[in-house]
Structure formats: structure tokens, C-alpha cells
Design a protein around this ligand. Structure first.
Ligand code: PLP
Ligand code: COI
Length: 366
């Protein structure tokens, strides 16, 4: 069996905990910028060929020591996840569909030849780390504790092949809105030169390389006042795929249209949840090829009623303008649409434990 498909046998090893002796001051969570502050502890676990995953441990948050020859620094053998812990009104701490993130991490691992992470250790690590740092889960409206699990290749070796050793880490960060706009509509630039991913590549995984390839177009878009890039498919360059850090959905003539998961798009967990909610409300949801020409035409003839992005960091984010080939197309009068607002309200009510979770998506930590 190839190394990257082997699951380590030590799936019940206990996680050791070393508490910090110097807890940090917590930032004011009002208007807190995304991904800037980090909590007191982090989870680490090593993998070595012949030994499997070993030494699961929670330690004080701090710098890592790496060989400059570590393979990740040269060939980007790395994957990550993004999820959140939410503080409910009665003080509980909840995770949202963590099993989905664990599954997607292992799907990314398979593509990047990284050994599978035992699901039970992953779940235990998430719960223990968040419980230990529970005071870092903010309670201000629209804030949460962002959780960033990641794995990278540590072999000090310059040959191009799968590493024989890895580090799995989880760090956490109290956050507010991803976009400075909050729930106000964002402007999105449709990118027609650079491509992010192609079928057969790594587009469906969360690997750092996908994001590295996206930075040039993102910077160009930002320089022109756009929040992010909307990618077209890498072959015909005619079909809508996804935005830099979120999937996209459009309400066209009463129906919901979203690009199908063809291998070059990230299978978003917020996307999946939004589709389940929309279907439960009786909407027709079409997961299909969506040509950019159809979208632009719908924007111009008024049948594009609403557009929004879905993502863990971005939540449900209204899109008020798209720019394609230098032409601006306004959507919904640059206001948040009724359905976008309903999706945002319903999803966030479940995530923050304000309404009954009839889908069974929330997992209580403490
Ligand atoms: N697409 C990309 C490229 C992303 O980085 C993200 C964020 O994780 C998403 C989509 C949305 O995925 P999810 O809803 O699982 O956070
Ligand atoms: C997330 O939504 O969790 C993401 O990973 C987006 C990120 C690249 C900021």
C-alpha cells in the first residue's frame, strides 16, 4: 500500500498537554482583523515512516524549528483546513461540521501523498485544544475562534518525492469578519488571464500551492478596489469556478445556480450546507457548468437577482458587483438580497447555537 494511504496504528494514543506559564493578553474582539492574533496553545503531532503518527501533544503556542532543507519549503507538500469554534448565547463552545473538515483534509492528503490522519485523533485534538483555550472563543456578535489545522513535509532533502516525515499542527485565532466590508456587498473581479486550477491538478484540495498561484491575480484585483478574484476554468476559460476564498452561488430567474464540483473547485462545507438549506426551503439548486457569458447577460438583463459567496472565513458574503473584461456589472442594486440575508441569518443562527440545529451540524466542545 502506498505510504500516503496508510493510517497509523496508534489511533488511541493520549494527547499530552503542556500548559503555558505565560498566558497572553486577549485582543479586543470588536472589529478584530482576520488571522492576526493567536491563542495560547497549539497542537502538534509528528509522522515518521515506520512509526506512523506519534507524539500527539498540546504545547504553548510558539515558533517551530525547521531545517532550511525541509521539503515543504521547496516543493510545497502541504495541506490545510479552515474551521471555526462558536460561542453560543448560553456560553457553550460549538464546532460546525468538524467531521467534514477531517474528511476533506484526508482527501487533500491523498492527493498530496501525505499519510492519512487518524480521524479520531484529529477530532480529539480539535476538541482538547479548543477546550483548553476556550477563553479565546470570543462572544461579541459575528466573532469566532478560527481553527487552522495543517500538515507539511519535514524531510531535509532536495530530491522531488514524497517526504518520509511530516508535522501536523493546529493553531487557533480569534476573528471577526473576513472582509472589512462585513455583511455589505463585495466587488469581485473575474480573472481572464491567470488560472487557479485544472482538472487533474490540486484544485479540489486545500493545499498552499493553490493559494500561492492565486496571489498575483488577487493583488491586481485589490489594486483596482476589488476584494477577490472570481476564477474561470483553466481549459476553456469560459466557465465560472469559484472565488479566492469562497464558493459562489447565483439566483437567476428564481433558481439557484452554482458551479458543479468538477475537480478544480474546492468542495466547500459552507457550500454544501447552503445547498442543503436552500433545498429544504424548496429552491431548485442547479450544480452545473455556468458560462461567464450567461452570468454577465443575466446581470445585464436583470434576471441575476442575487449573488453571494460561501466560506468558513467569508460565511455568506453578498456580491454587489462583478467586473469582466473591464466592464462593471452591478447586482441587486449593490444591496444584500433577501435570500442572501436569509441564508446568512439561518446559517449563523445554527453556528452560534441560536436556533435548533435540526440538521445535526453542531458539535459541542464544552
Ligand atoms: N474555495 C476556496 C478556494 C476556499 O479557500 C474556501 C475556504 O475554505 C472555500 C471555497 C469555502 O470552503 P468552506 O466553506 O469549506 O470554508
Ligand atoms: C476558510 O474559509 O477557512 C479559508 O481557508 C479561507 C482562507 C484561505 C482565508
Amino acid at each position: 500500500m502506498p505510504n500516503y494511504l496508510k493510517v497509523s496504528v496508534n489511533t488511541v494514543e493520549n494527547i499530552s498537554i503542556e500548559k503555558t506559564t505565560a498566558p497572553k493578553e486577549k485582543p479586543n474582539a470588536n472589529g478584530i482583523p482576520f488571522g492576526t492574533y493567536f491563542s495560547d496553545h497549539m497542537f502538534l503531532m509528528n509522522y515518521d515512516e515506520g512509526q506512523g503518527w506519534h507524539d500527539p501533544r498540546i504545547v504553548p503556542y510558539g515558533d517551530l524549528h525547521l531545517s532550511p532543507a525541509s521539503m515543504v519549503l521547496h516543493y510545497a507538500q502541504e495541506i490545510f483546513e479552515g474551521m471555526k469554534a462558536y460561542r453560543s448565547a448560553n456560553g457553550e463552545v460549538l464546532l460546525f461540521r468538524p467531521d467534514e473538515n477531517i474528511k476533506r483534509m484526508n482527501s487533500s492528503a491523498e492527493r498530496l501523498c501525505i499519510p492519512q490522519i487518524p480521524e479520531d485523533i484529529f477530532m480529539q485534538a480539535l476538541k482538547k485544544l479548543v477546550e483548553l483555550d476556550k477563553d479565546w472563543v470570543p462572544s461579541e456578535p459575528d466573532t469566532s475562534l478560527y481553527i487552522r489545522p495543517f500538515v507539511f513535509a519535514t524531510d531535509p532533502h532536495l530530491g522531488v518525492h514524497a517526504s518520509h516525515s511530516y508535522l501536523f499542527a493546529i493553531i487557533t485565532s480569534p476573528v471577526g469578519s473576513y472582509y472589512p466590508e462585513g455583511l455589505n456587498p463585495v466587488r469581485i473581479m473575474i480573472e481572464s488571464e491567470d488560472v487557479r486550477a485544472v482538472r487533474g491538478g490540486t484544485g479540489y484540495t486545500k493545499c498552499g500551492g493553490n493559494y500561492a498561484a492565486s496571489i498575483r491575480a488577487g493583488s491586481r484585483a485589490e489594486a483596482q478596489g476589488y476584494s477577490q478574484v472570481l476564477w474561470l476554468d483553466g481549459v476553456s476559460r469560459r466557465n465560472i469556478e469559484e472565488v479566492g476564498a469562497m464558493n459562489v452561488m447565483f439566483k437567476i430567474n428564481g433558481k439557484i445556480v452554482t458551479p458543479a464540483l468538477t475537480g478544480s473547485v474546492l468542495p466547500g462545507i459552507t457550500r454544501k450546507s447552503a445547498i442543503e438549506l436552500l433545498k429544504s426551503w424548496g429552491y431548485v439548486v442547479e450544480e452545473r457548468e455556468l458560462p461567464v457569458d450567461e452570468l454577465v447577460q443575466a446581470a445585464d438583463n436583470g434576471t441575476l437577482e442575487e449573488a453571494w459567496g460561501t466560506g468558513t472565513a467569508a460565511v455568506i458574503s453578498p456580491i454587489g458587483e462583478i467586473n469582466f473584461d473591464g466592464k462593471k456589472h452591478e447586482i441587486g442594486g449593490f444591496k444584500i438580497g433577501t435570500l442572501t440575508q436569509k441564508l446568512y441569518d439561518t446559517l449563523t443562527s445554527i453556528q452560534w447555537g441560536k436556533t435548533e440545529d435540526s440538521f445535526g451540524w453542531s458539535v459541542k466542545v464544552c
